[in-house]
Design a protein around this ligand. Structure first.
Ligand SMILES: *[C@@H]1O[C@H](CO)[C@@H](O)[C@H](O)[C@H]1NC(C)=O
Ligand SMILES: *[C@@H]1O[C@H](CO)[C@@H](O)[C@H](O)[C@H]1NC(C)=O
Ligand SMILES: *[C@@H]1O[C@H](CO)[C@@H](O)[C@H](O)[C@H]1NC(C)=O
Ligand SMILES: *[C@@H]1O[C@H](CO)[C@@H](O)[C@H](O)[C@H]1NC(C)=O
Ligand SMILES: *[C@@H]1O[C@H](CO)[C@@H](O)[C@H](O)[C@H]1NC(C)=O
Ligand SMILES: *[C@@H]1O[C@H](CO)[C@@H](O)[C@H](O)[C@H]1NC(C)=O
Length: 350
């Protein structure tokens, strides 16, 4: 069992703001249709952004150079065509804001069937996946926009979950609350909540989830101790083979926060006729996506329980290859074996 006390409970600033430094010039500007901007915002149910490939290709192949796509014209980014998004649940909690969305994200250049991947401000270079990716929100106590230091975005061709960790305290750092090393676990596990919202556009309050992979171990004299799940990974760093993580994958989280005080809107729209701007990149801007089922594994189904299907299909040699709905789904409870052979490798590769 991996004791977290020493590794993750470092004292964090109360308000998590970006202190990361990035290479200059990576937040590019451009015209709306071909923009290479990498600034995301999560402000409201109809004003948010995600990263997607600049041209059609799998997330796992484009994670370092993905670009911003926004529901509204903002950030000098590309615009998500109206009709793309079929459901949104935006959660406000005491420690993070979280957006979950269903849609036809082939409209943002994700190939049909791509199980996607995980993006965060770390990455192989330490400058983020994508490099220089930057996230702001105005869902703060005083309504002022802040740049968040820690965020995580899981995306595939029909589902997104995105958490910006705005607050931290002595129990939960923002790094723990936006823990970025569970890229094969899927939205239900990493960002638990009510995923039964397709067809609804809502803004809700929600309780704070445990940080991804954390399980309560016990309470002693008022202090809660946790164990944590580490995704199994084996790979090579500078010629040395490392194996890290737990041999058994938990089947579910300990606690699924429910949403409350939800306010719904009928739909979201920016009203932009992209075709009239000569933008073909984001084709098929009009009309609601069709209602055909895709036949793929429904890891993010209606109950909030993780799906147990979905072959990750990917080798473990790359840090972020599987996406929003993939869940390896073994039924045993919490893993008991942690083979920590190269903790440094985690930092290097995620
Ligand atoms: C894209 O990912 C899917 C599964 O997520 C895989 O079947 C396909 O081969 C990948 N395409 C490329 C070009 O790697
Ligand atoms: C992130 O975006 C904010 C707001 O636009 C900007 O002030 C800041 O310079 C950006 N940071 C980086 C590293 O690009
Ligand atoms: C935050 O952004 C949303 C959407 O852009 C806007 O409607 C709202 O007024 C902003 N909040 C504040 C406090 O400015
Ligand atoms: C930190 O916030 C969480 C979520 O609100 C809460 O459960 C926890 O008790 C807080 N810890 C401290 C030390 O205040
Ligand atoms: C998604 O959008 C593409 C491009 O507009 C379209 O061809 C496809 O049929 C849509 N998929 C679904 C499930 O609606
Ligand atoms: C969400 O609803 C749309 C429209 O009904 C449907 O096409 C799509 O397949 C649904 N998405 C998921 C992941 O079930």
């Amino acid at each position: 069992m991996l004791a977290l006390a020493s590794t993750l409970l470092f004292a964090a600033a109360a308000l998590a703001q970006s202190t990361a430094s990035y290479p200059e010039g990576v937040v590019a500007t451009g015209t709306m249709g071909t923009s290479l901007a990498r600034l995301l915002t999560i402000n409201s149910v109809d004003d948010w952004c995600i990263f997607g490939p600049p041209t059609e290709q799998n997330i796992s192949d484009s994670e370092t150079f993905e670009v911003a796509w926004c529901t509204q014209p903002r950030n000098n980014a590309r615009v998500i065509p109206d009709g793309t998004v079929t459901g949104v649940s935006l959660l406000k909690t005491d420690m993070y804001v979280q957006i979950m969305a269903y849609g036809n994200f082939t409209n943002v250049n994700i190939p049909p069937g791509d199980y996607g991947g995980e993006l965060d401000p770390h990455g192989a270079t330490g400058a983020g996946n994508p490099v220089g990716g930057n996230v702001t929100t105005n869902m703060t106590i005083d309504g002022q926009s802040i740049n968040v230091a820690e965020w995580m975005l899981y995306i595939d061709y029909e589902m997104v979950c995105f958490r910006a960790c705005t607050w931290a305290n002595e129990t939960y750092s923002s790094a723990a609350m936006c823990w970025h090393e569970l890229d094969e676990m899927g939205c239900n596990f990493v960002m638990p909540g009510n995923y039964d919202f397709n067809g609804t556009f809502e803004t809700c309050e929600a309780d704070v989830a445990y940080p991804p992979g954390w399980y309560v171990e016990g309470v002693n004299e008022g202090t809660t101790s946790f164990s944590s799940f580490a995704q199994y990974w084996t790979g090579e760093v500078s010629g040395v083979t490392y194996t890290i993580g737990d041999l058994v994958t938990p089947s579910t989280v300990q606690f699924i926060p429910s949403s409350s005080s939800c306010v719904t809107v009928p739909t979201i729209s920016n009203g932009i006729a992209l075709a009239s701007l000569g933008i073909t990149d984001a084709a098929a801007a009009t009309g609601a996506p069709g209602a055909s089922g895709t036949g793929t594994a429904a890891g993010a189904g209606a109950t909030g329980a993780p799906g147990s299907s979905g072959s990750s299909g990917s080798g473990n040699s790359n840090a972020a290859v599987s996406g929003a709905r993939v869940f390896t789904g073994l039924t045993e409870a919490i893993a008991l074996v942690s083979t920590i052979a190269g903790v440094a490798a985690i930092g290097l590769l995620h």
